[in-house]
Design a protein around this ligand. Structure first.
Ligand code: SF4
Ligand code: SF4
Length: 373
């Protein structure tokens, strides 16, 4: 009798892990497993994630890759060239950068019903994550409100996530994750047994099975009728009517995020809802600072004579001088609470006069500086 030795011809891969590795690769990162660290990056495009035996029972490779991608979005291209995104161990001396990453992670995952599923697991992250309100960008007025540092960094990162390099891979990976969650049989999710009180902090006790992580996945939030963002349960007391980005044009109510579409009178608020009452230039200044690089002026504008120290002439071009990344005529804004002010308001160039608050350009400027989503 001849002995038959079966030789495997394939190897099994966790589909969710494969989806997120593929997402990272499409964005431009390599994923490698390591026995030397829980998660680290080399600043040369490789993200190292701890080997399976180093991970806790609620760690998923998918969540860990997603979290590192959120760091990359917050830190931008400069962070990508530094080990550990330039953060140092455990977020280093800049907790607001870790907080920005977590706000972004909660926002992107929450938009797909996966905020619980894609929750971080390390101790120093969990406490901030658990303290986040339903609106992951909400901060108290005392902390700076809309201009709180980690909120601003997270919104800029969300804006980056919408740019071509990131948008499609991220969107597909999140959608595939939500689709798998929706298809995961309830029988797997129902393996929960009553957890003893001592396991309420998430630590497993021998012999006490834990509920499946899949159980934390919620239904996909309904998409707003405009199609640009999900309906926000946490803005349920508001609707498009009191949002900063609605306007009445061409006989219909419209949204600056979806300009070609008519809004129904009772359209609900989406995750990008902003109180119309807070769309205030004095607390914003976006179009006068880093959202745009220059304000072109003509030779006939009064600012040339009245404020020559603010005018730069290059060949035939004239523009307002910049101080760093903001217009030299812009004052204020030194703290999140301090108002901005144009110091030459009466003589400001025509470009500035014609810039309309609440317009599509205004929205674009605010997204670039992290004040709007
Ligand atoms: S951004 Fe504002 S106007 Fe636009 S859909 Fe959302 S809530 Fe409505
Ligand atoms: S016009 Fe818009 S972008 Fe410019 S300061 Fe006012 S609110 Fe901000």
């Amino acid at each position: 009798m001849t002995e038959f030795l079966r030789r495997p011809t394939h190897h099994y891969q966790d589909p969710l892990a494969r989806i997120w590795m593929d997402c990272a690769e499409r964005i431009g990162f390599r994923i490698e497993r390591t026995n030397l660290a829980y998660a680290t990056t080399d600043g040369r495009g490789t993200i190292f994630i701890g080997a399976d035996e180093m991970l806790d029972s609620d760690d998923s490779l998918a969540q860990m890759i997603f979290h590192e991608l959120c760091h990359a979005l917050v830190e931008g291209e400069a962070g990508e060239t530094q080990a550990d995104w330039g953060l140092g161990y455990s977020g280093g001396s800049h907790p607001w950068r870790e907080h920005a990453c977590l706000r972004l992670q909660a926002y992107l995952a929450g938009n797909m019903g996966l905020r619980g599923f894609f929750a971080p697991t390390t101790d120093y992250r969990v406490s901030f994550w658990n303290s986040l309100p339903e609106d992951p960008f909400a901060a108290t007025a005392e902390d700076g409100g809309r201009r709180e540092r980690s909120c601003v960094a997270a919104r800029i990162a969300a804006w980056r996530a919408a740019q071509p390099r990131w948008n499609t891979p991220l969107r597909k990976a999140l959608a595939a994750s939500a689709a798998i969650a929706a298809l995961t049989p309830r029988v797997l999710q129902a393996e929960a047994a009553a957890l003893p009180a001592s396991a309420a902090d998430g630590r497993q006790e021998a012999g006490n099975p834990m509920p499946s992580l899949w159980e934390t996945a919620n239904q996909l939030p309904a998409l707003h009728p405009t199609g640009h963002a999900p309906v926000a349960a946490y803005h349920a007391e508001h609707d498009c009517d009191d949002c900063a980005w609605t306007s009445f044009e061409r006989n219909a109510r419209r949204c600056q995020h979806a300009p070609g579409i008519r809004l129904a009178d009772d359209a609900p608020a989406c995750t990008r809802w902003e109180p119309a009452s807070e769309l205030d230039c004095l607390s914003c200044g976006a179009c006068c600072r880093e959202a745009y690089h220059s304000v072109e002026i003509s030779a006939r504008e009064p600012v040339n004579k009245r404020h020559p120290e603010l005018v730069v002439v290059l060949d035939t071009h004239r523009k307002l001088r910049r101080d760093g990344d903001r217009c030299a005529a812009l004052g204020g804004g030194d703290t999140p609470q301090q108002a901005y002010a144009c110091t030459i308001y009466a003589d400001r160039p025509r470009t500035c006069q014609e810039f309309t608050r609440g317009s599509n350009h205004c929205l674009d400027a605010r997204r670039r500086v992290g004040l709007s989503l």
